[in-house]
Structures are given as C-alpha cells and as structure tokens.
Design a protein around this ligand. Structure first.
Ligand code: NCD
Length: 340
C-alpha cells in the first residue's frame, strides 16, 4: 500500500491488517508515555482545504505519537486563498520534504490527483474529498464496530471481520463521504448494511451499491440492528431544499427519544449508536441518544487516533505486517482496554 485514498479498493487483508495494527497502537495510547519512536525524522503535512476539527487534530495526535514532525497547513490564511493551485502547493510541500500528505479537499478526487501525479513523492492519505470518500473515518468506525462485535461474540478483535453484523446507516447519504467509505469497507468486511434516507437524500445509482436501501427508519430498526450510524445533515453542501422542515426530518429520519425507547422495547439491548461528528443535536440525533451508554461517539474519536497511527505507520515504514513487527515491539504487551 503506497497511499490510502479510498476503501473501495482496499482488500480484506489490507483492511484487517490496518485494524489489527490499530489494536496494537491503541495499547500505546493506554500507556503513561503515549509515544513510539517509529516515525522519528519523518514529516507529515496536514493539508486542509476544508474545515475540520476532529480529523485534523486526530491526524496530528497520531503523527506526534509516532514521533513524526507535523506541519499543519490550512488553506484559509495561506497562499491558496491568493489563488495558488493544488500543483504549486504540492510542489512547495515536496520541496520542504514531506513524507506523507494528509489531504482534505472540497473537490471529490483531489487526493487521487495528488497521488497520481509526480508533483510530490509522498504517501497521500485522503482525509475526506468532497462527497466522495473518507477512508480513515470508515476504518475507525469499523474498528469500533469490530470491538463491539467481538465482545458480543466473546472472541478476540484481532484478525476478525464483521461477518453477520447488521449495520444501519441513516441520514444524509447523498452528501456523505462517510457513508460511501463505510458501505465499501463494510461490504469487504462481510457486514450486512442498510441505508435509510429520504429519497431526496439518496444518490443516483444507489441501487447498485452493495447494500439494502430503505426510506423507513422504524421498519428497518424493527428488523434488528447491531449498530445504527446516524449521518450529519450537511447543510453546507445543500444548494436546495431536500426536506420540508427540520422538524419533519427529525421525526422521520432522526434518532430521537422515541426511537431510543424503541430499541429497549424491541429488546435490542446491545445495539450501539454511532455518529462521525460533528453532531447536529436535535436534528439527526437527540441529546439522550448521543449521551446514552449505547453511544460510541467518543469511542470513535478515541479509536480514530489509533487507526490513523496505524495508517501512517504502515504507509511510512513498510507495507506488510512482518515489516511492521520490529518497531511495533515498542508498543509493549498491554492488551487493549475492554471498551469500544
Ligand atoms: C465527517 C466529514 O467531514 O466528512 N466528519 C468527520 O470527519 N469527523 C462527517 C461530517 O462532516 O458530517
């Protein structure tokens, strides 16, 4: 693996390899000194053309825990706002010796463009491109689900896939790169996925995706779910009115108090509620659900650092688990904490 651009082309072996490495990385996060020397002397550039809080901070924390030097580059306040092209920006970063570029861009395909040209000779990680993909988000979601699934079945996470797990992804699928990356990765890991959204918030061609599609959240939940992932309503990408009112949206497609209660009534005591953040509390998810013991929102954020450490580590210090092994010995022998 030279770049991490999408989950669509990620093999099962690579996906499980990243998740397993992330388990080892999470053991580092449990230690008093949360640092490994693995990427000492390497430079990771966070190149963000779109707003971000948790993804950027998460990549920064991940790179620092691996002892890499981190340069944060936000398009606002840089020469990009003076009209500098992606090519010039990339060549500048290259001249500064970047070994990895973590890029978030409003244009779908920008990271692929960067990886396919000779503008820069660095590993490229897609941190979200337009409405296209967000592979590390899907990997951290899968990591969180895998721990939950392993705990339910009393088995170890390491080496496991998600065969048989029922995942519902609900909300603004149309604008969501998180939904796309999740659908591809969950298919590879063997989970059974149902998308739920109003017809106006489903992309054209969704019937060809490897999942089921429904317009009715209550019916879908009644059929059973092990994880329910709520997607943010992405107002900033909407150039039209996709639903009548926010009240109507919450009532039909949001995860509100009634649906939280319904999980209990249906005897679904082990169903987790996920959200990639940032949340619109009161729109796609109610506060009671976001803060309930079922919620994995903060576990997802925590797991994101481990998954991004794994991605940076595997891209920058070798591409096989065998090559990875010596430096990972620093991770010690702690077993991962028994939580999501
Ligand atoms: C997601 C994104 O940026 O695509 N957030 C994230 O990375 N944590 C989802 C979103 O913005 O709704």
């Amino acid at each position: 693996m030279r770049h991490l651009l999408s989950t669509e082309d990620l093999s099962l072996a690579n996906a499980v390899g990243i998740l397993d490495t992330a388990e080892e990385m999470s053991a580092v996060g449990e230690r008093e000194v949360k640092k490994l020397p693995a990427l000492r002397g390497r430079t990771v550039v966070n190149l963000f053309f779109e707003d971000s809080t948790r993804t950027r901070i998460s990549f920064e924390a991940a790179a620092k825990r691996l002892s890499a030097d981190v340069i944060n580059f936000a398009a606002k306040g840089s020469s990009v706002s003076k009209g500098e092209s992606l090519k010039d920006t990339a060549q500048t970063l290259s001249a500064m010796g970047a070994d990895a570029v973590v890029i978030r861009h409003w244009a779908s395909g920008a990271p692929h463009r960067l990886a396919a040209t000779d503008w820069i000779d660095a590993a490229v990680i897609n941190a979200g491109d337009g409405t296209h993909e967000h592979p590390t988000q899907a990997l951290l979601d899968a990591f969180t689900m895998r721990r939950h699934w392993a705990r339910l079945s009393g088995t170890a996470s390491e080496g496991a896939d998600l065969k048989g797990m029922r995942v519902v992804i609900a909300g603004d699928v149309l604008h969501s790169r998180v939904a796309r990356s999740n659908v591809w990765l969950l298919r590879t890991l063997g989970a059974d996925v149902t998308l739920v959204a109003p017809p106006t918030l489903l992309p054209i061609g969704v019937e060809k995706w490897p999942c089921r599609v429904s317009y009715n959240l209550d019916d879908t939940l009644a059929q059973g779910a092990d994880a329910v992932m709520m997607l943010r309503v992405q107002g900033e990408r909407m150039n039209a009115s996709f639903f009548p009112t926010t009240r109507e949206y919450s009532r039909r497609w949001g995860f509100g108090d009634t649906r939280l209660q319904a999980l209990d009534n249906l005897g679904m005591k082990d169903t987790i509620i996920m959200h990639p953040g940032p949340m619109n509390r009161g729109l796609e998810i109610c506060a009671a659900a976001a803060d309930s013991p079922r919620s994995t929102v903060l576990a997802q954020v925590r797991n994101g650092v481990s998954v991004r450490m794994a991605a940076l580590y595997l891209l920058l210090s070798g591409d096989t688990r065998t090559q990875a092994a010596p430096a990972l010995a620093y991770a010690g022998t702690h077993s991962p904490k028994e939580n999501n």
